[in-house]
Design a binder for this molecule. Structure first.
Ligand code: SF4
Ligand code: SF4
Length: 394
C-alpha cells in the first residue's frame, strides 16, 4: 500500500477554518495534492522495529503527525483520526487498505489511542493541531471526523464541534470494523465493545513479559547471581502467559490472588523437579520461592493494565486517573444513548421509559467516557463527594 502526504502546491480554495489569524497559509491544490512516499522496499528489514513494538508495547513509539491518503479519496471521502503511535498507524493503514479515505495522525505523545486519551495526551488540542497543520479543510468539502471510539474518554464531541467546527463521530472500537461501518453507516453492538481474544491475550503476555523483565530482572540477579536473572525472565514469561490465558478461569477475586494460586502450583512443581534432580537444598528452595513469588506478584499486579476489561493500574500510577462510582440521574437523562455508544464494555441499558440505567457497574473499567460525553451531565460520580470531603482543609 502506498502512503501519501499532503504538500503545499498550486492554488485552490482556502477554508476559513484554516485561514485564521496571522499569515495566510499557502493553498493545497484539489488535484495532485499529494507527494507519494514509496512503500518500504524491504519490509523484512523492518523486523527489529516490529519486535520492539511487540515486546515493549507500553513504551511510546512516536511517528510523525501527518495526513495520510489511503486509496484514491476525493473531496467527499471520510476523514479518520488516530494517534501518532507507530504501531497503531501501521495497523490502521493495513486495515483500511481498499478504503478510499484520509487519515489524520494526531500528535499524542506516541501512545495508543486509549492510553493517550485516558492520560490526556490525545485531546481536542491534538486534533486542532493536526487539522491546521495538515490543512485537511482545503482538501475535503465536509466537516466530519471519524474518531476511534476509545478516544471518547479524552475528546468531548460537543467541545470539538464548538472549537473546530468539525463534527466528531465515534466509530467502532476495532479498526477492522471501520470499512463495514463506513459502508453501512451503522455501528453494531459488537463494534462498540472491546474484545480480548486469545490472540490479543498472547500479544499482551509478550508485552507484559518484556516490560517486567526489563524493569525487574536486576533484583534477583543481584541477590542470587546472574543465572537467577535468566530464570526470573523465564518465570515471568510463564506467569505472564498463564495469567493472560487463564484470566477468566483461574480462581481468585483479584489478579494477585489468581497469580498466587498459579504460584503455589508452580512452586510445588519446581520443588518436585528439584527433588527429582537431587538439588532440593534450602538455598534452592528459598531462591525459587523468591523468584516465583516475585514473578507472580508482578504479573498479578500488572495484568489489568494489559487488558481492556479491568481498570488500568498504570493510568492510576502514572496519570493519576480518577476513582469512579457512577450513577445516572434519571430526571436529567434524555435517553440519547451516547453513553452506551461510547462505553467499551456493557454497562448501560435503556429502560422502557427511555431512560438510561447503569445496569452493570461491575464491568465498568473506569474510562470516564460516558461522563465526559453525556450532553446533560446526567451521569455523576458519587466518589466526588468523598474527594471533596478529603480535599477540604480543616
Ligand atoms: S448520555 Fe446522558 S442523557 Fe444520554 S442516555 Fe446517557 S445518561 Fe442519558
Ligand atoms: S460506564 Fe465505565 S466503562 Fe463504560 S464508559 Fe462509563 S466509565 Fe467507561
Amino acid at each position: 500500500m502506498k502512503e501519501t502526504v499532503a504538500t503545499e502546491s498550486g492554488l485552490s480554495r482556502i477554508h476559513p477554518a484554516t485561514n485564521g489569524r496571522g499569515a495566510a497559509p499557502q493553498a493545497i491544490r484539489d488535484d495532485a495534492t499529494t507527494r507519494e512516499i514509496p512503500a518500504r522496499p524491504w519490509p523484512v528489514f523492518d523486523w527489529p522495529r516490529r519486535l520492539f513494538q511487540l515486546v515493549f508495547r507500553m513504551v511510546p513509539y512516536p511517528t510523525k503527525p501527518r495526513l495520510i491518503k489511503i486509496g484514491s479519496p476525493n473531496r467527499k471521502s471520510p476523514v479518520l483520526v488516530t494517534t501518532n503511535y507507530d504501531l497503531t498507524v501501521r495497523r490502521v493503514c493495513r486495515a483500511l487498505a481498499g478504503t478510499d479515505c484520509y487519515l489524520l495522525v494526531a500528535p499524542a505523545g506516541g501512545l495508543d489511542v486509549w492510553c493517550a486519551a485516558g492520560g490526556g495526551r490525545f485531546s481536542i488540542d491534538s486534533i486542532i493541531s493536526i487539522i491546521k497543520t495538515s490543512r485537511i479543510a482545503e482538501i475535503v468539502d465536509h466537516r466530519r471526523l471519524l474518531l476511534p471510539e476509545l478516544s471518547a474518554s479524552g475528546i468531548n464531541m460537543f467541545d470539538l464541534k464548538r472549537r473546530t467546527g468539525w463534527i466528531g463521530i465515534f466509530g467502532p472500537v476495532e479498526i477492522e470494523d471501520v470499512p463495514e461501518f463506513l459502508k453501512t453507516k451503522h455501528k453494531t453492538e459488537t463494534m462498540t465493545r472491546v474484545t480480548f481474544t486469545v490472540l490479543q491475550r498472547l500479544e499482551m503476555a509478550v508485552a507484559m513479559w518484556g516490560s517486567l523483565t526489563l524493569r525487574f530482572t536486576l533484583f534477583p540477579a543481584l541477590i542470587f547471581g546472574w543465572r537467577a536473572g535468566l530464570w526470573f525472565g523465564l518465570t515471568v514469561a510463564l506467569f505472564s502467559l498463564a495469567i493472560s490465558l487463564g484470566c477468566f478461569v483461574v480462581p481468585g477475586k483479584t489478579f494477585v490472588q489468581k497469580s498466587g494460586v498459579l504460584a503455589l502450583i508452580g512452586y510445588a512443581v519446581t520443588l518436585g523437579i528439584l527433588s527429582y534432580l537431587d538439588q532440593a537444598t534450602p538455598f534452592e528452595a528459598v531462591k525459587w520461592a523468591t523468584l516465583i513469588g516475585f514473578a507472580s506478584f508482578l504479573a498479578g499486579t500488572a495484568f489489568p493494565s494489559y487488558s481492556p476489561y479491568w481498570p488500568c493500574g498504570y493510568s492510576k500510577l502514572f496519570y493519576g486517573s480518577c476513582d469512579l462510582q457512577l450513577e445516572v440521574i434519571e430526571t436529567q437523562c434524555i435517553g440519547c444513548g451516547v453513553c452506551d455508544n461510547v462505553c467499551p464494555v456493557e454497562c448501560f441499558a435503556l429502560t422502557d421509559q427511555k431512560k438510561m440505567e447503569f445496569v452493570n457497574p461491575k464491568v465498568c473499567v473506569g474510562c470516564g467516557a460516558c461522563v465526559l460525553q453525556c450532553p446533560t451531565d446526567a451521569i455523576i460520580n458519587e466518589v466526588a463527594e468523598e474527594h471533596l470531603r478529603q480535599a477540604t482543609c480543616s
